[in-house]
Ligand binder design. Sequence first.
Ligand SMILES: NC(=O)c1ccc[n+]([C@@H]2O[C@H](COP(=O)([O-])OP(=O)(O)OC[C@H]3O[C@@H](n4cnc5c(N)ncnc54)[C@H](O)[C@@H]3O)[C@@H](O)[C@H]2O)c1
Length: 196
Amino acid sequence: MTSHFEIADREAMNAGRRLLGKVAVVTGAAGGIGREIALTFIREGATVVVADLDRDRTAAAARDIDPSGERALGLTMDVTNEEQVEAGMSRVVEAFGSLDILVSNAGIQIVAPLVEFEFAKWKTMMDIHLDGAFLTTRAALRQMYRQKGGSIIYMGSVHSKEASPLKAPYVAAKHALIGLARSWRRKGPLMGSVPT
Ligand SMILES: NC(=O)c1ccc[n+]([C@@H]2O[C@H](COP(=O)([O-])OP(=O)(O)OC[C@H]3O[C@@H](n4cnc5c(N)ncnc54)[C@H](O)[C@@H]3O)[C@@H](O)[C@H]2O)c1
């Protein structure tokens, strides 16, 4: 049996190269939590695609996290836009040859009582959190099935499991991401039905 000390030793030995050779796309990575994830991945040896809305911000974040310019790429990609996601994810594979990790992190928060919540804002919330997760997942899964491996991570929240009266749409969206993950993580016929 492996002891806690052995596991800790192994972790320490691998620190700084746990993601060596992996290609990761992090959405909403020009700032906030996404940027920190991107930076951590760079420190662990990955090549990271910083995907976000604004070209200058993505380019600046990519430069910041990897001044060498060799392992970080800024990608202008609105996760709610099917064409941009398809083109962006294809570009990643063309540029780096694989896609090993997707972090679907892009998200927003709108705080208001449900009875006053504007429909347009509800739709924006669902667009970014759910359409964004769906579109990026679909594109990533196609490539991951082709290369027979990969990891997809959704940015959750305490609101993935708990409710909060002023954040009902956010709570609904974060809960829904659990359902989305449960659906594709089941192996079986789904794998075979994806064109290679
Ligand atoms: N901040 C928190 O306390 C907290 C807590 C739990 C979970 N989260 C989750 O973490 C994630 C990141 O939150 P954050 O606090 O870093 O937010 P943030 O506002 O600092 O960063 C979000 C990033 O997403 C980008 N973005 C927004 N819409 C986009 C779109 N359509 N396409 C591509 N990029 C888009 C923004 O430009 C921004 O750079 C979200 O999913 C959020 O729900 C945040």
